[in-house]
Design a binder for this molecule. Structure first.
Ligand SMILES: *Cc1c(COP(=O)(O)O)cnc(C)c1O
Length: 406
């Protein structure tokens, strides 16, 4: 009996480096916090510190810290005072939280297709999706890649509709050297566990518009007016408040944002340059004028050139030690069961049943989005990865591509 041949060493021959995300800075804030007499957000010192730190990065006049990214978008949509059947143009590849608030306000998410190389909303597709009922465009900066905000803002201006920026995946991303979330009528952010910066769960919503921003907090605080006090709600609004412990952690996290983003941007940019010319691989494009902040790294496979399919390619990358997966979300959002069955409120969709919309999500088709999900591979990327590690990842991808393309 011969000894088994040892498995060949993978090209990425070290485990995925993981950053230590919380430490002294968070502890110092929490320690100060436990001496407080209240953990309520209104006039809370941790909340005040969070607003100050957030504004150092995002100069927005009116901001409200809230319980999630989903909540931040719901608050923005509610503050726009959508009426039943009003339409919001959204991308098909995003988190469910991008569209939840629209539906809760009895609005209608209208899916427009994406650019094949940035995976962000195509301005031309957005134009085609506009109707007399369109009230807003929800620009999702996917994976940290900024949308073409100049084009989207021009469309919004032209049609007198709002632009809401979903920056949940795009902490630190820039458009023309300014942070995303400061171009549209609202910027919406998430502190969930998986984003660049996190307090476990949390969010932030902000605007520079006084007409939308005065009383912004009420849309996430039961429509109570904390400024004048008393409870006399004028609108229906949930409780989406963020409490002091989470604000304490989020504040400390934001102090680390520039370092986190600088490292991720360098790593993502290096990976793209090292992959140039690799057969069968399309690297993500950054729209000129944008700076990507790489929450993850998504590339596409030119499947006609590969001898195997998407899942096998991802498995071959993994066998060389690359932390990656085939595909991103399993299907475009409009194909999720909740949309296919129009099952928004106990099996019904009041906005459609009452005639405010004729939308049928079973008839929606966005071919570019569907193609992206069929041939994309998502690579893990984080601030603990060194250039040396990224070089190994690139070498692994290139080696597999040379072996498995024709
Ligand atoms: C994470 C995410 C959200 C929702 O954020 P939560 O804090 O998880 O509610 C919304 N949009 C996008 C694009 C996201 O990635």
């Amino acid at each position: 009996m011969s000894a088994p041949t040892p498995a060949p060493k993978p090209i990425v021959d070290e485990p995925l480096p993981l950053p230590r995300r919380w430490g002294e800075a968070e502890l110092a804030r929490l320690t100060a916090m436990v001496g407080q007499s209240s953990l309520f957000y209104w006039k809370g010192p941790q909340t005040a510190a969070l607003l100050e730190e957030f504004r150092r990065h995002y100069p927005l006049k009116h901001v409200f810290p809230c319980s999630s990214g989903t909540a931040s978008i719901h608050i923005a949509i509610a503050a726009l005072r959508l009426r039943p059947g009003d339409e919001v143009i959204v991308p098909p590849i995003t988190d469910m939280g991008s569209v939840t608030g629209i539906l809760y306000q009895q609005g209608v998410p209208v899916f427009a297709d994406l650019e094949p190389d940035t995976y962000n909303l195509s301005p031309a597709a957005v134009r085609r999706a506009i109707t007399s009922k369109t009230r807003a465009i929800l620009a999702v900066h996917l994976a940290g890649n900024p949308c073409d905000l100049t084009a989207l803002a021009a469309i919004a201006r032209e049609h007198k509709i709002s632009l809401v920026e979903d920056c949940a995946q795009a902490w630190g991303a820039l458009w023309q050297d300014r942070p995303v979330g400061t171009f549209g009528d609202f910027g919406c952010y998430s502190f969930n566990d998986f984003k660049h910066v996190s307090c476990g769960d949390g969010g932030m919503v902000g605007t520079n518009r006084d007409d939308l921003g005065e009383g912004l907090a009420r849309w996430g605080d039961k429509s109570y007016n904390r400024v004048i006090g008393g409870r006399d709600p004028e609108d229906l609004a949930p409780n989406y408040r963020m409490s002091e412990p989470l604000s304490a952690i989020a504040t400390a996290q934001l102090t680390k944002l520039p370092g986190i983003v600088a490292r991720r941007r360098a790593a993502g940019t290096l990976l793209t340059s090292l992959l140039a010319g690799t057969p069968g691989i399309f690297t993500p494009a950054v729209t000129p004028g944008g700076a990507h902040s790489y929450w993850f790294y998504m590339l596409r496979l030119d499947l006609a050139r590969w001898t195997v399919g998407q899942a096998e390619v991802a498995a071959a990358f993994q066998a060389e030690g690359v932390a990656c997966g085939a595909g991103y979300i399993p299907r475009p959002v409009y194909q999720y069961p909740v949309f296919k069955n129009h099952n928004f409120f106990g099996g019904a969709w009041p906005a459609r049943d009452a005639g405010y919309t004729t939308m049928d999500y079973r008839a929606v088709s966005c071919p570019v989005s569907e193609a992206i999900l069929r041939d994309c591979v998502v690579l893990r990327l984080n601030e603990a990865m060194t250039d040396t590690y990224i070089e190994k990842v690139a070498r692994a991808l290139r080696t597999v591509a040379l072996r498995l393309t024709k």
